[in-house]
Design a protein around this ligand. Structure first.
Ligand SMILES: [Fe+2]
Length: 206
């Protein structure tokens, strides 16, 4: 299966499609961890997120698969969580081989610039390499990796009202421009494939 999507998936939406329900926000994001205690030390002792829930099971409830694990949850101050599975094998989830390391990440919000700087100082004092503060106009962010290779971002909102309103107003036009640009790139790839036709399908990432 090619990793390159040549024809975007079209969803079947019509007036008869049931309306979307309100999705409130993050309940938890879950990832594999290499070691539950190493992960607890990072999230609870260093980042200050309390460990609030442990599920120890041998069978996966959703699939029935036998795979002894511990599932651990750390709570944010807004009641949402980040969660992990330790499968007991000391194996870290491998990073995506076809995605730059800065792409896949999860961002957590802090309350102020002072807190962002204090978090950076604490992480660095503990030996964690931190990138930033980076100015994204609507947020200021720092970046670092957890022991499981997850790229984390701590961010604080600036949300300048005029800028936010202008970006919201232009979001669909900006999206349409990207769709157009991407279609041109796709067509160029197809033309290139035809020009150098060797009977081989174009390879993902080649
Ligand atoms: Fe981000």
């Amino acid at each position: 299966m090619s990793a390159v999507l040549e024809a975007p998936k079209a969803f079947q939406l019509s007036a008869a499609t049931p309306a979307p329900v309100p999705v409130k926000g993050l309940h938890h994001f879950a990832w594999r961890c290499r070691d539950a205690e190493e992960t607890r030390a990072f999230y609870e002792d260093l980042l200050g997120l309390p460990l609030v829930h442990i599920i120890r099971a041998d069978n996966v409830p959703s699939t029935g698969e036998n795979c002894p694990y511990v599932h651990l949850f750390f709570r944010f101050t807004d009641g949402s969580h980040i969660a992990f599975f330790d499968l007991g094998d000391d194996t870290v989830s491998e990073p995506s081989p076809n995605t730059p390391a800065w792409v896949n990440h999860i961002a957590f919000e802090v309350g102020s610039e002072a807190e962002l700087l204090a978090a950076k100082a604490r992480l660095e004092a503990a030996g964690v390499q931190v990138l930033g503060v980076t100015d994204h106009h609507f947020v200021h962010s720092i970046y670092f990796f957890d022991p499981n290779g997850i790229r984390l971002e701590l961010t604080r909102r600036l949300d300048p009202p005029e800028y936010m309103a202008q970006k919201e107003a232009s979001a669909h036009a900006e999206m349409a421009a990207w769709v157009k640009e991407k279609a041109a790139r796709r067509a160029a790839r197809a033309a290139q494939g035809q020009a150098g036709q060797s009977g081989q399908p174009e390879r993902a990432g080649a």
